[in-house]
Design a protein around this ligand. Structure first.
Ligand code: FPP
Length: 227
């Protein structure tokens, strides 16, 4: 039996829109409430030293298809969140490292992203990665192109290291009731334990996260081998 804490937790934060609509509010209010949960979950992970990395799906390559106003709201929320949370990153020794194709974002938002990344780069506790304009297929294509352009032979190791996120995922959680990976960390999740919960992201709590981690710790991971 493995009693290891997951070193890398990845989360698909789904259900913001439904949460808001169920309460008669606009969908974007769900994203606002979701941002609070991002802060709580990040602080929880930062306070559990065995957890090295937390990777959160904040904006996918497909999310651009949403109504323009919702996309604009998400961009502003992200900008506000990063500026406001810089103190949380510093107080909790968290390093912020975005993954995804950042070339898709506006210059002002890019400046905020780069500033927070730069200011937190010497923090050596939890790495909090926000997946921004992220899609696993896009990440793989960009990584392969990097190797080809640099005339590097493609092997599991070289390809892994050329990815935005080079660390395998131990525990992948999806909130909001759907049972799919939605183009998230497909390579890194090769041996991840998958947990799906009906809880909508704004209702997800650190207590539920703790329960999932406890369950994870009882699972025997064989990575394709035998006991
Ligand atoms: C899915 O909910 C969530 C997103 C597309 C974006 C995730 C964003 C946040 C959690 C808030 C902002 C994050 C940061 C880091 C500031 P959905 O809208 O697809 O919900 P639905 O399935 O109920 O429609």
């Amino acid at each position: 039996m493995s009693l290891n804490t997951p070193r890398h937790i990845a989360i698909i934060m789904d259900g913001n829109g439904r949460w808001a609509q169920m309460q008669g509010m606009k969908r974007v209010k769900g994203h606002e409430a979701g941002a609070e949960v991002v802060r709580n979950v990040t602080k929880y992970c930062a306070n559990h030293k065995e957890i090295e990395r937390l990777t959160l799906y904040a904006f996918s390559t497909e999310n651009w298809k949403r109504p323009k106003l919702e996309v604009e709201f998400l961009m502003k929320l992200l900008d506000r969140y990063l500026q406001k949370e810089l103190s949380t990153y510093m107080e909790n020794n968290i390093r912020f490292q975005p993954i995804g194709d950042l070339s898709g974002f506006s210059r002002p938002l890019l400046t905020t992203i780069e500033t927070v990344e730069e200011k937190t780069k010497h923090n050596n506790g939890l790495v909090q990665s926000l997946a921004l304009n992220y899609g696993a297929k896009d990440e793989l294509v960009r990584a392969v192109n990097t190797l080809v352009n640099n005339k590097i032979k493609v092997t599991e190791t070289t390809l892994n290291d050329a990815l935005d996120c080079p660390q395998q995922v131990d525990l992948l959680i999806r909130t909001g009731g759907d049972h799919r990976l939605s183009n998230y960390l497909l390579w890194q999740a090769a041996y991840a334990e998958l947990f799906f919960t009906n809880t909508l992201w704004p209702d997800f709590s650190t207590t539920e996260l703790e329960t999932v981690i406890q369950q994870f710790m009882t699972i025997e991971r064989r990575f394709g081998g035998l006991k």
